[in-house]
Design a protein around this ligand. Sequence first.
Ligand code: PRT
Ligand code: MG
Length: 217
Amino acid sequence: MITLALSKGRIFDETLPLLAAAGIEVLEDPETSRKLILATNQPGVRVVLVRATDVPTYVEYGGADLGVTGRDTLIEHGGQGLYQPLDLKIAQCRMSVAVPSDFDYASAVRQGSRLKVATKYTTIAREFFASKGVHVDLIKLYGSMELAPLTGLADAIVDLVSTGKTLQANNLVEVERIMDISSRLVVNQAALKLKQAAIRPILDAFSNAIEKNAVPS
Ligand code: PRT
Ligand code: MG
């Protein structure tokens, strides 16, 4: 049995076409079903639904053989014990620094003042500001980072941006782009060896499907 860990929402939705390319069809809709283990049209393949941030952990310890997870989540997890064969180019967005529109970020950075930064992504934020030589106090949050600068909790946030509408709605502006984000396929290293015959065709089908979708440059 091959177990694939996915999170509900954009990752599940955007992985479906890749699964279809591998001949795998999920038989239940996670938005209407309460099940956490979903059968597929292939008796040897099942999908488990886990919280997005738990996907790397499930795959690391073998609770799932494969998983799909954002580059953001993977960096914060550390990636230990995970084989990362493919950038699936799905769930794309960027990691950015944002501040209230009336906050002078450039001079705060220039003057070397200590910046209070609220984020769920402390590893990414710490490395980014360290590389710029900017002193920061990081405030770890688990939800709605946009609220932090509006309430005086922080000067800036580090968060994912896609359309930019969330920032705009909260009077925040993007001042730095830290990195581009997309989702990766992660594979348990032991499973890759022991379940080669079942896993390899899935990797190949995903890889062909990504190439077909790629916009020629
Ligand atoms: O939601 P939950 O707390 O359960 O977990 P999660 O937020 O980790 O999961 P989910 O499903 O929301 O995100 C899974 C992965 O999708 C992330 O790890 C990213 O790699 C990727 N992704 C792509 C995004 C976005 N785009 C995105 N726009 N994840 C989150 N957002 C959020 C962002 O945090 C911000 O609140 O959407 C808002 C900004 O969107 P715009 O379009 O208004 O800019
Ligand atoms: Mg979310």
